[in-house]
Design a protein around this ligand. Structure first.
Ligand code: NAD
Length: 361
């Protein structure tokens, strides 16, 4: 079976970490009988250097015609890079925002998984960590407060600013469907997070999620208020499987959830549209401070590639194999500098990629 993958290495450490993810994917392909046909594309700073703009229409068209997009990260050092002398709409990040919008990526997925070997990096107490946690934060990405009408005015000498939080039922339904589908690939639990005791948009959110839940009797649905969820994430993170929430709540909760895993180089992410199509990228940035030094941890990108196999290509067994290989490498005591601890063996980006690839069974 063959699939078309658009690859955006990007800037900084992007090309290094994407190279390792491809190495691992290719080994998985041989073992599990699929082939990935990659088209490399420029975006962000790399595209500014070549095309004068951070994203071209041709790049968007190729990405759209692919089964999925695998990305490194984009951007440079805002203080020293000439990209940041350009107008805001011509800077690297503008390319990423435009790409997400053009591809209609409305569902953002960020897993927060605690590897037993990295418990020391978790800021929570041992009795709270217990046997660890494994959750998926699903955030609505294209609606709500960040996209509603806003303005600032002065009335009788008093400044006033207004932001609008708006959702319609179709926007809620499509992300809820994704949430329940993803839960089916996991432990079958959805916790929908809102502020239904105060906000109308949250009351509609809750009503529509309950309607969608009727189509998924095998998935257990619960509701939680966002302020309680923020507390529960640090009190008992193991209770969560899929957390389904709107844009702003998800923005805050996904950062909180990822920080309790303690390690930026391990955090994968996906952004999906209504079909199986998605864009897969690590949650971290382009780390210009360590670019080209063989220091970057490629695991977040490798795990993003595993998500791509699972959610866009339905190659769950190969995704499981990659995730198991990452666990095995950590168990065998190999670490990149960012997750290094006493008694372990420190390796660089390329060696880490090799070690994971060797362990894909
Ligand atoms: P960053 O995530 O790039 O780096 C923060 C710190 O974490 C740095 O010390 C870096 O060395 C370290 N780090 C990050 N990823 C690592 C990895 N895989 N292995 C080891 N260490 C790692 O954040 P920043 O420095 O604030 O941003 C740098 C650039 O990245 C900026 O241009 C920013 O706009 C961009 N950025 C891009 C994305 C994206 O492409 N989606 C996301 C966030 C930031």
């Amino acid at each position: 079976m063959g699939y078309k993958i658009a690859v955006i290495p990007g800037d900084g450490i992007g090309p290094e970490i994407v190279r390792e993810a491809r190495k691992v994917l290719d080994v998985a392909g041989k073992k599990y009988g699929f082939e990935l046909d990659y088209t490399e594309l420029f975006m962000g700073g790399a595209s500014i250097d070549v095309n004068g703009v951070p994203l071209t229409d041709e790049t968007i068209a190729i990405a759209k015609a692919s089964d999925a997009v695998l990305m490194g990260s984009i951007g440079g050092d805002a203080k020293t890079s000439p990209w940041y002398q350009l107008a805001p709409n011509l800077r690297p990040e503008a390319g990423l925002l435009k790409l997400r919008k053009s591809l209609n990526l409305f569902a953002n997925l960020r897993p927060a998984y605690l590897y037993d070997e990295l418990r020391a990096a978790c800021p929570l107490r041992d009795e709270i960590i217990g046997d660890g946690f494994d959750m998926m934060i699903m955030r609505e990405l294209t609606g709500g407060l960040y996209f509603g009408a806003r303005h600032t005015e002065e009335v009788d000498g008093v400044r006033k600013a207004v932001d609008t939080l708006e959702y319609n039922e179709n926007e809620i339904r499509r992300i809820a469907v994704k949430g329940f589908e993803i839960a089916r690939k996991r432990r079958g639990k959805v916790c929908s997070v809102d502020k239904a005791n105060v906000l109308d948009s949250s009351r509609l959110w809750r009503a529509v999620v309950e309607e969608v839940a009727k189509e998924y009797p095998d998935v257990e649905l619960s509701h939680m208020l966002v302020d309680n969820c923020a507390m529960q994430l640090v009190r008992d993170p193991a209770q969560f499987d899929v957390i389904l929430t709107e844009n702003m709540f998800g923005d805050i909760l996904s950062d909180e959830a990822s920080m309790v895993t303690g390690s930026i180089g391990m955090l994968s992410s996906a952004s999906l549209n209504e079909t199986k199509f998605g864009l897969y990228e690590p949650s971290h940035g382009s780390a210009p401070d360590i670019a080209g030094m063989d220091k970057a941890n490629p695991i977040a990108t490798v795990l993003s590639a595993a998500m791509m196999l699972r959610y866009s290509l339905d190659l769950d067994e190969a995704a499981d194999a990659i995730e198991a290989a990452v666990k095995q490498v950590l168990k065998d005591g190999y670490r990149t500098g960012d997750i290094m601890s006493e008694g372990c063996t420190q390796v660089g980006t390329v060696r880490m990629g090799d070690l994971i690839a060797e362990r894909v069974r």
